[in-house]
Design a protein around this ligand. Sequence first.
Ligand code: AMP
Ligand code: ZN
Length: 437
Amino acid sequence: MDFSERIGERFKLMNRDEIRAWQSERLAITVKQAAKSPWYKAKFAEMGLNPEDIKSCDDIKKLPLTTKEDLRLSYPDKMLAVDKSEIVRLHTSSGTTGKPTAIFHTAQDIQNWAELMARSINLSGATDKDVLQNMSGYGMFTGGLGIHFGGERLGMMMIPAGPGNTPRHLMLIRDFGVTAIHATPSYAMHVADEMISNGEDPKALGLKYAFLGAEPYTEAMRLRLQELYGFKVYNSYGLSEMNGPGVAMECTYQNGMHIWEDSYIVEVINPETLEDVPEGEIGELVLTPIRRMGMPIIRYRTRDLTRIIPGKCECGLEHRRLARFVGRSDDMLIVRGVNIFPSRIEQVLMAEEWLGGNYVLHLTREDGKMDVMTIRVELAKDAMSGSVDVLKNRKAELGRKIKDAAGFTAIIELVEPGSLPVSMGKAKRVIDERDIF
Ligand code: AMP
Ligand code: ZN
């Protein structure tokens, strides 16, 4: 297979007209395919929808939305649209928000996914000459095999290191000429923090590319990681229901993630009215995979909140860009009546050089009293060597910045480097222990 085929170049280079024509063609095929599954067969019948009536993208609003709850109800295999013998792989979502959901793939589905992933990795400029160490958990989590097959398809040497064991990671990176890593941002930060605590410089690893995703992170976090390691961080988005990673990735302009519209039809809706938001405004991302045949999912409500960045990217690609996610609709906290995403707090913390990279937001509410948010954040390694007064002043100043950003006063607890729990997968940033009466 030549390079252009490996990354699906003919799809990558499509212009808007080509994307639209292709999407219409694929949507019609996808809906007919979906109708073969017990779930959509029943759903379409209930709605009186004839799959033959879906002829172009303009018809998409005639189709039902699919929710995570629908996926649970269809568990284990009511959305399967092919004979089981055609299925070569099963993945489940991580179950961050409840029971996992099962996703089936045919051999062709897996090929297409690998192509998308290879294309995504290559957007950064990384090629088959690069060596990619995957720090994601292998197993059901799609950040393992998803990235792995993509890297191999690109022709890279893949190191399936998995998470945990920082000394082994460092040894592999140093001994095998690793130039790129894939990890969660929180894990990449943990490795840097650990190195610094041991008096080592992450820059000396010589890494060039970091593909970071699977959880929300702020621009401040990206800048800090780039500064620490001297690599470029590319935001990487995906979810198990839509295969996994490889849905959207940043290019070298690092200004939003190109979402591969040859493979996904994108809608951004108001989660309450379910109507489209005007282009450029924040809403819930709704995706329809149009190249997956084993288990098509129609208009999937991702619960992820983002917006489309209007205009064309300087790189020339015409697949539109998603802005950094503010979080999931279910991540939003209501603290003393104020709506806030944890990312707002992260933005403030990560801009402070004297703080480390790990933090936790702890919410409590005593009987009949007001909500209390305690921000527990690690100090940077050298921050404790200065005078107590300096630290006190910094803490007070931080308190004011948080108040400005959040709209309420939080308790700040500065803790020693390395003292907060580290997650091997997605970081758990919020502990909500409020008793709701
Ligand atoms: P899973 O299917 O278990 O891998 O989880 C997918 C979810 O992880 C998505 O729906 C998002 O909420 C989150 N996620 C993945 N990548 C990113 C990213 N780059 N930024 C923010 N959230 C992300
Ligand atoms: Zn671009």
